[in-house]
Structure formats: C-alpha cells, structure tokens
Design a protein around this ligand. Structure first.
Ligand code: SF4
Ligand code: SF4
Length: 474
C-alpha cells in the first residue's frame, strides 16, 4: 500500500465533529496546558494586542477617540479621521478591500488570524484557560475536579474561577461598549446609578452575559459552529495555503518501534498523541487540515517537545502547505504568494490614499426647490440655496465663501454672517447668490463656489444659477 493510500490526505474534512458524540452530546475538551516556542511567541502577541485593545479607547486626538464605531448616531472615527455617511464610497471600498484582503490572506496564510489575533482565541486560550489552569490545574486535575462531588475544595475552586471569569467578562463588555459610545459616555454610565442610564446599564449587563457564556460554556464551539469565517475555510484553503500541518511523509507509518522492526520501517510519529491532547478543539491534526483547526500551534509545540525527547528533528507538525509537504520542499513563499501580497498591499494603499487625501470640509449646495430667481435693485438677480457643511476635522473651522470668476457676484448668508463649523459636526444653512444682470448670458449659468479657510481654497463646488437672459444689443 502506498503512503498516499495509507494516509487518506485528500479526504481532508471529516464528517463528524470531535466535540460531539454519536448521540449529539457535547464532549468537553480538556486540552493539555500549552508550552513551547510558539506558545511563548503567542504570549507576546497577546500582550501587545490586549494592550492595544484595552488602551485604544483612552487615546484621544483633538478630544475625539482614535476609533469610534457609533452605529446609533452614525458617527465613525478611524485613527482620528471622522467618517460621515458622505464618505460611504470610502467605507464601501474599505469593506470590499477588507473582504478581498480576508479572502486572499486566508488563501495564502490559512487561519493565521484565528490562531494569533482573533479575540475569541486570544481571550479563550490566553486568558480564560490560563486562569483555569492556574486555579484547577492541568488536564487530569481538571477532569478529576469535574467528576468530584461538591466539596469545599470544588466550591472554592469553581466559585473563585467563575467570579474571575465574570470580572473579565465585565471588563471586556465595558471595553467593547467604549468603542461604540466612546469612553466619556461609558464613564458617565459607570459613574451614575443604573436607573439614570437604564439602556446603557442593560447593554453592559447583556454584553457581559454574552462574553461570559461564550468563554465559559460555548468556548471552541464558537470557532467550530458559529463563526462564519471558520465555516468558510473549506472554500478558502487550497493545496498551497499555509496551515498547521502534519508531515505525513515523515511521520507515517506511525507507531512505536516494536521488537524486530527496523527504524527505516517506521515514520517519526511515535503515536504518543501529545498533539491530540494539546488541541483545544479536540482534533487529531494527523487526519489532515480540518475545519475545527484554529491554527493555535499547540500541537506544533507538543510534537516538537516529543521530537526533542526522541532526538528527531522538530517540525513533524509545522506551518506548511499541502503542496510543500507533498513535493518535499520547505519553501512556502511561492510566486503566487508574492503576487497576493502585492495585490493586498495595493488595495490597502488605495484605501489609505483615499482616506488621507479626502477633503476635510465638504459641502453640498442645492437650489431651494420651487424658486427660480429674484429681481433685486441695481440690475441684480439673486438665487436662494440650501447648503450643508460637514467639518470632518477634529477642530472648529472658520469658513469664507467666494464665487470663482465673477467679480461682481456676492454671497449673502441668511442668519449669522460668520461661518464657523464645529469640529466633527454638520451645519445646515440658507444663502443667496447675487449676480449682476449683465453677467447672465443663459437661463442656467454654472458657478463655482469656493470654500476658503485661512486664505486657502479647501473645496470647490459647482452649482447652477438661474436668471433671465439679457438680450445683447445688435
Ligand atoms: S505529538 Fe508528534 S509524535 Fe506524538 S502523536 Fe502527535 S505527531 Fe505523532
Ligand atoms: S490541530 Fe493543532 S493548531 Fe489546530 S487547533 Fe488543534 S492544536 Fe491548534
């Protein structure tokens, strides 16, 4: 039997889930406490990401949060840049780029996001489980404790663990809400009695309950059955995708050396199952890439430690592509991968360019409906307009308006004369444009209204001026 037949790698996806038994009952996973080179790197990445996540809401630029996703008030701030409904094209392109980015990234790098940066994995594996190991001990002790009757030790351990879990869930829900309503509103909710801000209080409690249930009860089921990104892996991953893989060519035939067997007859896998015991989704990576694998690298570390002990080279389980293992090459960065990286870089550059070069002040000018023109004294004609200004900057802006190319044209604003638009806000107004009759040569004259701030033209808006046609003398 050839090794390819022995190891049915083409049947990558199994038709059962490791965490559900034949009767459909949940099999609780007790993964072995992870340790090793990759785990240490993940700890560093986790510290960096959690610092960013918890720290960002406190950082302000010009009094505004660095990131705000206020869906209720349709106010969005990204890295200090205010995004308005008028910036829909940028948001839409960013979304499209994001989807393309996610697809291409996954095609090339598999589920690197899941293992290293996804909040679900980070909180579950690097925060909640760590507390569990600290209080209840490693796999065997956890199993024993769960089976034990409710004695004083069990009540103390389980009670203290769940109290800490609730506190962390509270912390996550507060941080989560601060990205939606901003840290100042959150502080107001927290400092006031619940009755003063019932909606805010209920939202906080609801988020806390959701996070607590996700990290205490649902756990790996979120990645396996709920997360749409996880469900799409079967479509994204190909033979060249990089993923956590078992090198079946090196590992098979697996098993310990029996009496009379020669070393050459066996692969490097000694069937110790340490990789299976370490897996937080309960799978055996030696069956091939599976939907449940979140690329957490725990099996790589576990197997590397076994390889060290049996004095074999590390990397029996490693980051690799199916192709790289099958064709026996270690090179995982192919021309295709480089091509994808270039496309991704271009996409991100286009969105960044649009974001950083868009107009800070935007205005929409529309003629007041139902009005043609008004005759004014001194041979002058006026039109009435509605105007809407949007100040996308983090500071107040004093504006001046001028008509380009028509020296005699004037702008008269209804109401206050000074035009000050507050930071990150919208201002609606009504104004007249007045022109000398002699300058009007058609029913519709196209005018360019210039918005000037600090002597600099920041926006040029075209609009139509309607007037009576002045007959020229022959
Ligand atoms: S840890 Fe390594 S040697 Fe042990 S069963 Fe898994 S792949 Fe085989
Ligand atoms: S198979 Fe390995 S990388 Fe995948 S989830 Fe399990 S331990 Fe993590």
């Amino acid at each position: 039997m050839s090794i390819e037949n022995l190891y049915q790698f083409d049947e990558e996806y199994r038709d059962t889930i490791a965490t559900v038994d034949e009767k459909g009952k949940r099999i609780w996973v007790y993964p072995k406490k992870p340790s090793g080179k990759f785990h240490n790197r993940r700890i560093i990445v986790t510290i960096v990401l959690l610092t960013i996540m918890f720290g960002l809401p406190f950082i302000k630029v010009g009094g505004d949060p660095l990131i705000l996703i206020d869906v209720f008030e349709r106010k969005f701030i990204f890295l200090g840049i205010h995004l308005w409904p008028q910036d829909f094209h940028i948001v839409a392109l960013s979304m499209i780029s994001m989807v393309v980015f996610v697809v291409l990234f996954t095609v090339v790098f598999g589920r690197v996001w899941c293992g290293w940066a996804c909040p679900q994995t980070i909180f579950l594996e690097m925060v909640f489980r760590k507390i569990e190991y600290w209080i209840e001990g490693d796999t065997t002790k956890q199993r024993k404790l769960d089976k034990a009757p409710w004695n004083r030790e069990k009540i103390f351990k389980k009670g203290s663990k769940h109290i800490i879990f609730i506190v962390i869930s509270l912390l996550i829900s507060h941080t989560f809400l601060s990205y939606i309503i901003g840290i100042d509103k959150l502080k107001a909710i927290v400092s006031q009695p619940p009755g003063e801000n019932m909606v805010g209080f209920i939202s906080l409690m609801a988020f806390t309950a959701v996070f607590y249930i996700v990290f205490t009860v649902l756990r790996e089921q979120i990645c396996i059955a709920v997360c749409p990104y996880g469900r799409l892996q079967g479509v994204f991953l190909g033979n060249s995708s990089i993923a956590v893989m078992y090198d079946w060519l090196r590992g098979e035939p697996r098993g310990r050396l029996k009496k009379g067997e020669k070393q050459e007859e066996k692969g490097d896998c000694i069937e110790c199952k340490m990789c299976v015991y370490a897996c937080p989704t309960g799978i055996d990576i030696r069956n091939g890439t599976q939907l449940e694998c979140v690329n957490c690298t725990a099996c790589i570390d576990a197997c590397d430690q076994v390889m060290d002990k049996i004095k074999k080279p590390r990397g029996l389980i490693r980051y690799a592509s199916y192709k790289s293992i099958k064709e026996g090459q270690d090179k995982i960065i192919s021309t295709r991968v480089i091509g994808y990286i270039i496309v991704l870089t271009l996409l991100i550059s286009v969105v960044a360019f649009m974001l950083f070069t868009r107009a800070d002040i935007e205005a929409t000018i529309l003629k007041v409906p139902g009005q043609l023109y008004q005759e004014q004294p001194n041979e002058r004609i006026s039109n009435l307009y509605n105007i809407q200004f949007i100040n996308k900057t983090a500071h107040d802006v004093k504006l001046e308006m001028k008509i380009k190319d028509y020296k005699d044209a004037t702008i008269k604003r209804v109401g206050e004369e000074t035009l000050i638009i507050e930071a990150g806000s919208r201002l609606d107004g009504v104004f007249f444009i007045e022109m000398a009759r002699k300058d009007i040569n058609a029913m519709k004259t196209t005018l360019e209204v210039q918005l000037i701030t600090d002597g600099e033209v920041v926006e040029d808006i075209k609009t139509n001026f309607v007037g009576p046609v002045t007959r020229r003398k022959k």
